[in-house]
Design a protein around this ligand. Structure first.
Ligand SMILES: NC(=O)C1=CN([C@@H]2O[C@H](COP(=O)(O)OP(=O)(O)OC[C@H]3O[C@@H](n4cnc5c(N)ncnc54)[C@H](OP(=O)(O)O)[C@@H]3O)[C@@H](O)[C@H]2O)C=CC1
Ligand SMILES: O=C(O)[C@@H]1CCC=N1
Length: 275
């Protein structure tokens, strides 16, 4: 069993741990953060993982180290581990936008690095995770990362250039869906349905539509047209979405998130260039 150490104990770390511990022993996972000890105690209680705030112990204990801090904290987090990291140790970074080149510069050694972009559905083994290897990562490192992220959902290997787009699409993706559900819940209340009635109907509608997309070869627009009777309710509703250019708004949303990923990476590159 590979030993995994997480630097950062926030939302995505918890989602991955919740997923991984369904098939592996929590004792193989060590977690750390910067200050919040009670958060580490909570993760230990909930998932049986171990924790430390001693970075030497954290790194020495691990076959692979997962960096799960915000991009703005990358430099500080890597500084705290770089003296303990062995050159062959696999580093997996979950950070949006941060390039393997920046990570290598911060580490000041040529470790194999793999960027991974999972999403919080990891908690229920439904993450869509993209992996992209650095030039120092071999096929064996990609296999090692794949075997871990496959435990929590689907894995796709992409190029590093594609990581900004993947971050915007599937890393942030669950949030867009939750936003739509929030709107459907508001609508349900406005049209007179209580939460007890509306919520299961909304969720089953979401699941049913997602599974139809998985199981039929039909294009989403064809599935949509099958629901849209001429002069009916769906046509009336979609007419409002089209009037407000809803699809284009979603395209703009995902494009803006892609640019934000680039900006997050450039922030760190500029910091490194100033040194
Ligand atoms: N949330 C998501 O859905 C996804 C997030 N990501 C990426 O994962 C990363 C983490 O995101 P998320 O979990 O949401 O963030 P959170 O803000 O929830 O958690 C950040 C964690 O990092 C810790 N931390 C900060 N600085 C240091 C440091 N120097 N050393 C050790 N630990 C430190 C914090 O500890 P403390 O509280 O003690 O300060 C906290 O536990 C981000 O880079 C993000 O881009 C990727 C995919 C999905
Ligand atoms: O919002 C963020 O920056 C991170 C990356 C993908 C999901 N959450």
């Amino acid at each position: 069993m590979k030993k995994i150490s997480f630097i950062g104990a926030g939302s995505i770390t918890e989602a991955i741990i919740a997923g991984l511990t369904q098939s592996m022993n929590g004792q193989s996972i060590m977690v750390s953060n910067r200050n919040n000890r009670s958060r580490l105690l909570d993760l230990q209680t909930m998932y049986g993982v171990t924790f430390t705030q001693n970075t030497e112990e954290l790194v020495n204990n691990a076959d692979l180290v997962i960096l799960a801090v915000k991009p703005k904290d990358a430099a500080e987090a890597i500084k705290s581990i770089k003296d303990y990291v062995h050159q062959e140790q696999l580093i997996i970074s979950l950070m949006a936008g941060v390039s393997t080149e920046s990570l290598t510069n911060l580490l000041e050694q040529n470790n194999p690095i793999i960027r991974a972009m999972p999403n919080t559905s990891a908690a229920i083994l439904k993450s869509a995770t993209a992996l992209s290897p650095s030039i120092h990562a071999t096929g064996l490192h990609i296999e090692m990362a794949t075997s871990i992220f496959e435990k929590i959902g689907l894995v796709s290997v992409v190029t590093e250039e594609q990581m900004h787009a993947v971050t915007a699409l599937s890393g942030s993706g669950p949030a867009y869906i939750y936003y739509v559900v929030e709107a459907m819940e508001k609508a349900a209340s406005k049209i007179g349905l209580c939460e007890n009635v509306a919520k299961p109907l909304i969720l089953q509608t979401m699941i049913g539509a997602a599974e139809m997309l998985m199981e039929t070869p039909k294009h989403p627009s064809v599935l949509r047209k099958e629901i849209t009777s001429p002069g009916g309710t769906t046509e009336a509703g979609i007419g409002v979405l089209e009037h407000h250019d809803f699809q284009n708004i979603l395209v703009r949303c995902i494009t803006r998130a892609t640019i934000r990923s680039q900006e997050l990476g450039e922030g760190l590159t500029q910091l490194l260039n100033k040194k």
